[in-house]
Design a protein around this ligand. Structure first.
Ligand code: ADP
Ligand code: MG
Length: 398
């Protein structure tokens, strides 16, 4: 889904108040009745003009309920609210190109006022078709239709909380910069996913580094759960050294880990399964891509278990609960992700096409709409870039 910021500069203060009122009303109304929007916004009867302006650009959608007419927020509307928060807090000044389309997220390059590039990740849980069994459909149907919004918020909150905890403990992850609603802003890593790298000078050392990252995560009580070539960015740095008066250059590869909504605790009921899957993803990729097979078996989960809490490190699976991502939230998010069929982009069971052709890349867009719960949204169908005057903070950059 695109992010079209064109209309942002035309929205009046009253429009923003109205949009915020629809968001607030959505917390306990599937369809927010028009009079309630007027009431929450404080605009009363004057709200109609804003409502039609917002509906016209697809930020809210009109719905007829059995009992009454009203509106609900679309993904486009939620995007605008998040962007407006970032704009006010000066976290984001301009929005640029989309660099990633996942099944459950969209990734954009944005910039702050100084022009420093950052990454905006927008979570879009529930936009994919539910290709799952009836039980899951029923599960989803029995939840309020606002749940895609709530679950996407949870995913963003989880990702931000874990990224912060990992970063504070010296893990190589992007710097988390801000979080609002279903989105996060983080530092831009100037690197390619390992998926796009055809050869490395020393596969054995990169392999060892990745395995030690998996084990270090376990030491801190965590399993990534989607540890694969898409979620590891490989930073290349040229190191120059003076040896016997001759300058030599060597390339240092540093893996940076991203994508945390599916992280689990080492105490999770299926911890061993997720741990093994993470290890095997790396093994399989190194065999196929770099023709490298480790001499050592494992590591197995039993090895990892022995490392939990070693050297008195903080268990991050425990500490994140205190810092805002509760166990209840974790459970809710996990159940929802399971129901909509989210199981990481490196799931070995998922048919991925020809591994070696190397061009299909990334997650293909699932067919959208139809039977799924994705809110239709005009904004999302429009072009993402726009022309604009230089004073417009939300003009897209080429
Ligand atoms: P998804 O949940 O859709 O898989 P990811 O967080 O894995 O989302 O991001 C998708 C892609 O976007 C990554 O494979 C990477 O190419 C790019 N990306 C994500 N975050 C960053 C970042 N901080 N810096 C640079 N590229 C990023
Ligand atoms: Mg990913």
């Amino acid at each position: 889904m695109r992010l079209d910021t064109k209309a942002m500069r035309y929205l009046t203060g009253e429009d923003w108040r109205t949009l915020t009122a629809v968001e607030t009303g959505s917390r306990n109304h599937e369809v927010v009745p028009t009079p309630l929007i007027g009431q929450i916004s404080g605009l009363r009867g004057g709200v109609h003009k804003s409502i039609s302006a917002l509906a016209k650009i697809g930020l809210i959608a009109r719905l007829k309920n059995a009992k009454y007419d009203g509106y609900r927020l679309t993904y486009g509307g939620l995007d605008y609210l998040a962007l407006n928060t970032y704009r006010k807090r000066k976290d984001v000044y301009s929005v640029g190109n989309q660099i990633g389309v996942g099944k459950e997220s969209d990734i954009f390059v944005v910039a702050d006022e100084q022009g420093v590039q950052r990454v905006l990740k927008i979570h879009r849980l529930g936009r994919i078709s539910f290709r799952t069994v009836k039980a899951n459909r029923d599960y989803l149907r029995n939840r309020s239709s606002g749940s895609w919004m709530y679950m996407s918020r949870l995913a963003a909150l989880k990702e931000y909380t874990f990224m912060t905890a990992l970063r504070e403990n010296g893990f190589a992850v992007p710097e988390p910069l801000a979080q609002s609603r279903h989105t996060i802003v983080m530092s831009l890593i100037d690197a390619f996913p390992m998926r796009q790298i055809s050869s490395v000078p020393d596969p054995a050392s990169l392999y060892a580094e990745l395995i030690s990252m998996i084990l270090r995560l376990a030491q801190y009580g965590l399993i990534h759960g989607d540890f694969n070539e898409f979620n590891i960015l490989i930073k290349e740095e040229v190191k120059k050294e003076l040896q016997e008066n001759k300058e030599t250059e060597s390339i240092i590869l540093t893996p940076i880990l991203i994508d945390f909504p599916q992280m689990v605790s080492v105490d999770h009921a299926n911890a061993e399964y997720y741990f093994d899957r993470d290890v095997n993803c790396i093994k399989r990729f190194f065999e196929r891509r770099f023709h490298f097979t480790s001499d050592e078996k494992g590591p197995h989960f039993a090895d990892a278990r022995k490392l939990i809490g070693k050297d008195g490190v903080t268990r991050l699976d425990v500490s994140v609960e205190a810092s805002g991502f509760s166990r209840k939230m974790a459970k809710e998010l996990e159940a929802y992700m399971k129901a909509v069929g989210v199981d990481g982009d490196g799931d070995p069971e998922a048919a991925r096409g020809d591994e070696e052709s190397g061009d299909e890349d990334e997650d293909e867009e699932e067919e959208e709409g139809e039977e799924d719960g994705e809110p239709e949204n005009e904004t999302g169908r429009q072009v993402e870039t726009m022309e604009g005057d230089a004073s417009d903070p939300f003009q897209a950059k080429g």
